[in-house]
Ligand binder design. Structure first.
Ligand code: FMN
Length: 362
């Protein structure tokens, strides 16, 4: 396509992006048992800094938020120092880097919590095969419903994590409201069966998310905060009957907060919950005035199309960035891409399948 805007700069508030390709957040499990970011991770992000925007892998805000082996955290001084090495390596490139803040909720196991059950909006078990814990693959457990006090504590944990992200030198934070993790568990009526102020109406199901956002907005200017949602997603056993009403409500509420961006997983590359027609970016464009990032299964061509139609401002790309660290340059020059389907090295420790992919040599 001629005159593509994909390679033109764009601003998120006072931040300038060199192009409209974001690297999607991707858990890679290289932070080790202590969950402290390291030099190998710094190299990985640096190699991919040709993106207009880097969004980090999901990063746990507290011990209770843990649910994945080797994923990094942002709740101790060592973690802040570890992340600082990464942001300092990225700074000279001029590419903004947002930290994705994560609480797994029920997508966890008592093996991660000294024998205590994971928590969720309600005691609803994930219907899935098994979860990888430090002691092997285990069946999912029925989580414990969070008390109101625990909800307040978790909101404070998000605030503290946002402060730590600032101290670590990030450009901003992305709140992970997608893919069936804790915030998504509060939004979705299937996993939220509460009858207090955090369950029932759309407003109540959104309340936890809203309180998290309000806490984070005490720490960061609004344009430095992004939000990720997955209205169509089935990942982690999600999908409720009123998803369209729910996500239009969420987008409308988030619109009032003038955030940096709304990141929507609209594509069906990771499956569809099948409760009706999938939601499209144009539906969100009608209610959300800020920057929209689209994601899931995009190619250079479909990214260009979506931006040209005006339904997305930026497109986030995930898997192709794993095997093509110089993806934007490959797109720009029509260079061939390395295949990205092999998932055997996605979460394995070490540099193989992580930092050993070379930039294209014409
Ligand atoms: C290895 C891997 C790890 C992922 N980890 C995260 C994550 O930490 N946070 C998140 O929001 N999405 C995560 N995702 C989803 C991606 O951000 C993205 O939505 C998905 O890969 C679809 O985009 P793509 O078709 O461009 O790969 C992950 C995907 C992959 C393949």
């Amino acid at each position: 396509m001629k005159n593509s805007k994909l390679f033109e700069p764009i601003s998120i508030g006072d931040l300038r992006l060199n192009n409209r390709i974001a690297m999607a957040p991707m858990t890679r499990g290289r932070a080790g048992e202590e969950r402290v970011p390291n030099n190998l991770m710094a190299e990985y992000y640096f190699q991919r800094s040709g993106a207009g925007l880097l969004i980090t892998e999901a990063t746990v805000i507290s011990k209770q938020g843990i649910g994945w082996i080797g994923s990094p955290g942002i709740y101790t001084d060592e973690m802040v120092e570890g992340w600082k090495k990464i942001t300092e390596k990225i700074k000279p490139t001029g590419t903004p880097i947002f930290l994705q803040l994560w609480h797994c909720g029920r997508v966890s196991h008592s093996d991660f919590h000294e024998g205590n059950l994971p928590v969720s909006a309600s005691a609803v078990k994930l219907n899935g095969d098994h979860i990888h814990t430090p002691f092997g693959a285990k069946p999912y457990e029925t989580p414990r419903q969070m008390s109101i006090d625990e909800i307040k504590t978790t909101v404070s944990d998000y605030r503290k994590a946002a402060e730590n992200a600032r101290a670590a030198g990030f450009s901003g934070v992305e709140i992970h409201g997608a893919n069936g993790y804790l915030i998504n568990q509060f939004l979705d009526a299937t996993t939220n069966q509460r009858n207090d102020q955090y369950g029932g109406s759309l407003e109540n199901r959104f309340r936890f998310f809203k309180e998290v956002l309000e806490a984070i907005l005490e720490v960061w200017p609004s344009n430095r905060v992004g939000v990720r949602i997955s209205p169509n997603g089935v990942f982690n056993d999600m999908g409720c009957d009123d998803y369209r009403e729910l996500y239009l409500f969420v987008a409308n509420e988030i619109n009032k907060l003038t955030l940096g961006y709304l990141h929507i997983m609209d594509g069906l590359a990771f499956g569809f919950h099948g409760k009706g027609e999938p939601m499209s970016l144009s539906e969100f464009r009608n209610v959300f005035q800020g920057i929209i990032i689209g994601n899931c299964g995009y190619t250079k061509e479909s990214a260009q199309e979506r931006i040209a139609e005006g339904n997305a401002d930026i497109i986030a790309i995930g898997r192709p960035f794993i095997t093509n660290p110089d993806l934007p340059e490959r797109f720009r020059n029509n260079w061939p891409l390395n295949p990205s389907e092999d998932m055997s090295l996605w979460y394995t420790p070490g540099s193989e399948g992580y930092t050993n992919y070379e930039p294209y040599k014409p």
